[in-house]
Design a protein around this ligand. Structure first.
Ligand code: ZN
Length: 266
């Protein structure tokens, strides 16, 4: 059968459309931010148990508010609230294409006493967890992109793995023991790694309202003396910003001291 030039043109157009659709869907299947389904809700609660205190000293309660996946269009709003409330926080940042224009905000972040932690450059699970070398290459690239905006890039020694340290999405790409190897290498290289024990459940895909976010946090934080709260800083997390003053209010009313991750008691 012979196709007319017109039919050939239409067929070629269809093929091009199919190729574009495939490219878009493969991009969508490889998320550039943390998705709720990729996170372990509470990865490792035991690591945040405070040491036993002598009976005569008053038990202190600590909370470290942490924001992953920024900076974003929300970061300035978050910083304004933290400034108003006089509360420090920790930002585990990325430097993907959609974040780069917000990187100069890191200078303000540090100037206002917040801690900057490393999360990932691309936040692309497939690339980052391809093997351990790829992981450290991604961190190196992240530090290079942060360097113009932070005081001392070599002082950025706190790391939060994308998906958390107990994620299993990495096994698809780097094998079932990649996280174990990465944790060991991080320690050998002088990095501190930290997960969370309180989860706002505000990662991409959930779209909870501000009231739900507050409830999620209170549910996990109740009866814990040391809380590391996972929240997100992306263009989608408007409701996290809305909930933030109440979240801070709840911890304050319940006697917690606010600190950055590096200030947490051992
Ligand atoms: Zn993330």
């Amino acid at each position: 059968m012979r196709l007319s030039p017109r039919l050939c043109g239409i067929a070629a157009g269809c093929l091009l459309l199919l190729a574009c659709a495939a490219a878009i869907s493969s991009r969508l299947s490889s998320p550039m931010v943390c998705r709720q389904q990729d996170l372990t809700r509470i990865p490792d609660d035991a690591s945040f148990l405070p040491k036993a205190q002598p009976a005569d000293t008053e038990q202190q309660k600590w909370v470290a508010l942490t924001f992953d996946d920024g900076p974003s269009k929300r970061t300035e709003e978050i910083l304004d609230i933290l400034k108003e409330e006089q509360v420090p926080a920790t930002f585990f940042v990325i430097a993907a294409d959609n974040n780069e224009k917000y990187l100069p905000i890191l200078t303000r972040m540090q100037a206002e006493g917040h801690q900057i932690g490393l999360h990932s450059c691309t936040h692309d699970y497939k690339k980052v967890y391809a093997d351990t070398a790829a992981f450290w290459e991604d961190i190196k690239e992240l530090k290079k992109k942060l360097a113009p905006y932070v005081e001392d890039p070599s002082a950025l020694t706190w790391l939060r793995f994308i998906g958390g340290s107990t994620n299993t999405i990495s096994h698809r790409y780097g094998g079932s023991n990649i996280m174990k190897r990465l944790k060991q290498q991080a320690e050998e290289m002088g990095y501190h790694t930290i997960d969370w024990n309180v989860c706002a459940e505000d990662a991409a895909g959930g779209h909870p309202g501000a009231e739900t976010i507050l409830q999620n946090i209170v549910k996990d934080a109740k009866e814990k003396d040391v809380c590391v709260v996972l929240m997100h800083d992306t263009k989608a997390t408007k409701t996290t910003v809305e909930a933030l003053p109440e979240i801070i209010g709840w911890f304050r009313e319940n006697g917690y001291q606010f600190c950055t991750v590096e200030q947490l008691p051992e």
